[in-house]
Design a protein around this ligand. Structure first.
Ligand SMILES: CC(C)(COP(=O)(O)OP(=O)(O)OC[C@H]1O[C@@H](n2cnc3c(N)ncnc32)[C@H](O)[C@@H]1OP(=O)(O)O)[C@@H](O)C(=O)NCCC(=O)NCCS
Length: 182
């Protein structure tokens, strides 16, 4: 039998594993999206907690994004404990302003450098395996923790953009600069 399923890569860093979503991630993913502190600055999400059904539909969207776009979001797992840390990876649905790298961690995992560590790995994957010319990150101007992650991985502020009804900062990095800095 022929299948059309795309093989989603698994990437390891020192402390983390970036892997595909599984059905059993629903509990942790729903908990992540039910936290107003996590949602506060996210694209178009507003601070209204998501119910479990919305999280399940979003997991399906994220898996479909891989299938249709050839890249997407990973679940970030803590290698030592297997804990669900959050999600890191790419968003580039049709009509998106660029090839976006994003990061969202559950609150208990903030403050340990995990977002930076995982985002660095995903960025390398974008420029090497995927051979992208440019990666962007759209960040709410008040989301200072996220701005710090963008700056730590080498992105710089390129401008402001109106995105899903919100004014966002556009951070970005191009391939030449990335390869030159390596
Ligand atoms: C944005 C977000 C992922 C940032 O998380 P974070 O934990 O602050 O980011 P990092 O994982 O890179 O951690 C960096 C912090 O950990 C500390 N840290 C501890 N150990 C570290 C290590 N080994 N390496 C690097 N940093 C370390 C750093 O001091 C740093 O804190 P500081 O910047 O206040 O000095 C998190 O706030 C979040 O999930 N927010 C909600 C979702 C969201 O808004 N996503 C972004 C949308 S654009």
């Amino acid at each position: 039998m022929e299948t059309n399923a795309l093989e989603i890569p698994t990437l390891d860093t020192e402390r983390l594993r970036l892997r595909a979503f599984r059905r059993s991630d629903i509990e942790e993913y729903a908990a992540l999206n039910a936290d107003p502190e996590v949602l506060r600055y996210l694209n178009g999400a507003g601070a209204e907690p998501w119910d479990r059904g919305r999280s399940w539909r979003h997991m399906a969207f994220l898996m479909g994004h891989w299938q249709l776009g050839g890249s997407g979001m990973w679940v970030v797992e803590h290698r030592e404990t297997g804990g669900f840390v959050g999600t890191i990876g790419f968003a580039a649905p049709d009509g998106w302003p660029g090839f976006e790298l994003g990061w969202t961690l559950a609150r208990r995992w903030w403050g340990h450098g995990y977002a930076t560590e995982g985002a660095r790995k995903a960025l390398a994957y974008a420029f090497t395996a995927l051979e992208k010319d440019r990666v962007i990150s759209l960040i709410h101007p008040e989301n200072l923790a996220s701005v710090r992650v963008a700056e730590r991985i080498g992105e710089t502020l390129e401008g402001r953009i109106s995105h899903l009804g919100r004014e966002m900062l556009c951070y970005g990095l191009d391939r030449e600069t990335y390869l030159g800095d390596e």
